[in-house]
Write a protein that binds this ligand. Structure first.
Ligand SMILES: NC(=O)c1ccc[n+]([C@@H]2O[C@H](COP(=O)([O-])OP(=O)(O)OC[C@H]3O[C@@H](n4cnc5c(N)ncnc54)[C@H](OP(=O)(O)O)[C@@H]3O)[C@@H](O)[C@H]2O)c1
Length: 103
């Protein structure tokens, strides 16, 4: 299968990538990879899918997050954590953005 692995160079992504080593993997990342994408940007996601044309599956482990002591973790830490915002929301929208008719 041709599998798009967004965040494939990250800590979690490398484990997932290793488990799928028999497949045709395309690693996407913000700063390095087979193809670059910023999943905070719908335009960037659309551009990536225009370049890729089609994939059989898309896995997203990309994201950032705040990790710290419970005692020093504030509400702002969670609210500003990209982990939730960019892992959950664009990951959910990435496939639909990619499904838009290509022009
Ligand atoms: N590791 C854990 O134990 C753990 C536990 C629970 C939850 N999580 C969550 O799981 C997610 C991934 O964790 P991780 O430990 O694998 O992180 P990581 O090692 O920092 O790797 C993150 C990967 O996501 C990519 N990425 C980040 N922002 C991106 C963006 N806007 N567009 C495209 N790619 C982007 C990074 O690419 P670049 O390096 O090129 O920027 C990198 O390949 C995070 O949201 C984290 O909060 C992790």
């Amino acid at each position: 299968m041709k599998i798009l692995m967004i965040g494939g160079n990250g800590t979690i992504g490398k484990k997932v990538t290793a488990a799928l080593s028999g497949h045709n993997l395309i690693i996407a990342g913000r700063s390095k990879g087979d193809i670059l994408v910023d999943i905070n940007s719908a335009d960037s996601i659309a551009s990536m899918f225009r370049q890729l044309q089609t994939v059989d599956a898309c896995i997203c482990t990309a994201g950032t997050g705040y990790y710290g002591d419970f005692a020093t973790t504030t509400e702002e830490c969670g609210a500003s954590s990209d982990g939730l915002r960019i892992t959950a929301l664009p990951a959910a929208s990435a496939p639909s953005t990619g499904r838009k008719p290509m022009t």
